[in-house]
Design a protein around this ligand. Structure first.
Ligand SMILES: [Zn+2]
Length: 256
């Protein structure tokens, strides 16, 4: 890419687990150099939420915290402490996430539904959007979000059925694109079908894609994947998805 084109790129990584990085400082510097103007750091449980808040505090105007309770982390005896922490700190985050359902983990569905429902209530009460994990549970996750009348939701790394995607889009919800666009047919199909106005870019850092751990700078890979699939200019994809992130999170991402 030419220098002039790089200057025009202004990206937001809408989903990164920054608390899991041991090379955080370097990763943030590299992201800035790559045109990433904002990162949404998502939490998984109390420990991770604490770290996320602290990382955001030390990187104001660049890292924005979302408080979450990931379905992978749900343990019956820890539910109360996790939900109380989020309830207490919800106003310090710009969103609730990562939250949702995962039918591949052993956590009982009934417990996952109860936790997710409570978190959706908190999102409604605090007027925060939700960042939804819905692996092997796309329909139920969507139904719960819809029934609660949550008005801002992103179905993160959406790789579910296309008929459901149409329902997600008709509710005005978003989906997010990851570097998995390079190899995942269901993810590609979803991103191809969704209008660019309903797509956020993200990395899910530090997830490994084809053996390589992602960092927030790799949101460029997500951008390139979207541009290629949809036949759009890179600078247009960057501009539109950053505008989408601003609309979704109600944050003006600009100028680190
Ligand atoms: Zn994640």
């Amino acid at each position: 890419m030419e220098k002039k084109e790089i200057d025009k790129i202004l990206l937001v990584d809408a989903h990164a687990h920054l608390d899991e990085l041991t090379d955080l400082t370097e990763s943030l510097q590299e992201a800035k150099a790559a045109g990433v103007h904002g990162i949404v750091a998502v939490g998984m449980d109390v420990d991770s939420n604490r770290k996320v808040l602290q990382i955001a505090q030390t990187n104001p105007g660049y890292v924005y915290p979302a408080l979450g309770y990931h379905p992978w982390e749900i343990k019956e005896e820890e539910v109360d402490v996790n939900l109380s922490f989020i309830r207490e700190h919800v106003e310090e985050g710009i969103a609730l996430g990562e939250i949702g359902l995962d039918y591949k983990v052993k956590v009982k569905k009934r417990l996952q539904w109860r936790v997710f429902a409570e978190l959706l209530d908190m999102a409604l009460e605090s007027d925060r959007p939700v960042i939804v994990h819905s692996r092997f549970s796309h329909r139920r996750a969507f139904e719960m979000v819809k029934e609660k009348k949550v008005n801002r939701a992103v179905f993160h790394w959406y790789s579910g059925p296309v008929d459901l995607l149409d329902k997600i889009l008709s509710m005005g919800y978003f989906i997010s694109a990851t570097p998995a666009l390079a190899y995942s047919p269901p993810h590609r199909e979803a991103i191809q079908r969704a209008p660019i106005e309903r797509i956020l870019l993200e990395t899910d850092t530090p997830v490994s894609y084809q053996g390589r751990e992602a960092r927030p700078k790799d949101v460029r890979v997500s951008m390139e994947g979207v541009a290629k699939l949809k036949g759009l200019e890179l600078s247009f994809v960057a501009m539109q998805t950053t505008a989408n992130a601003s609309e979704f999170f109600q944050i003006r991402f600009c100028c680190p």
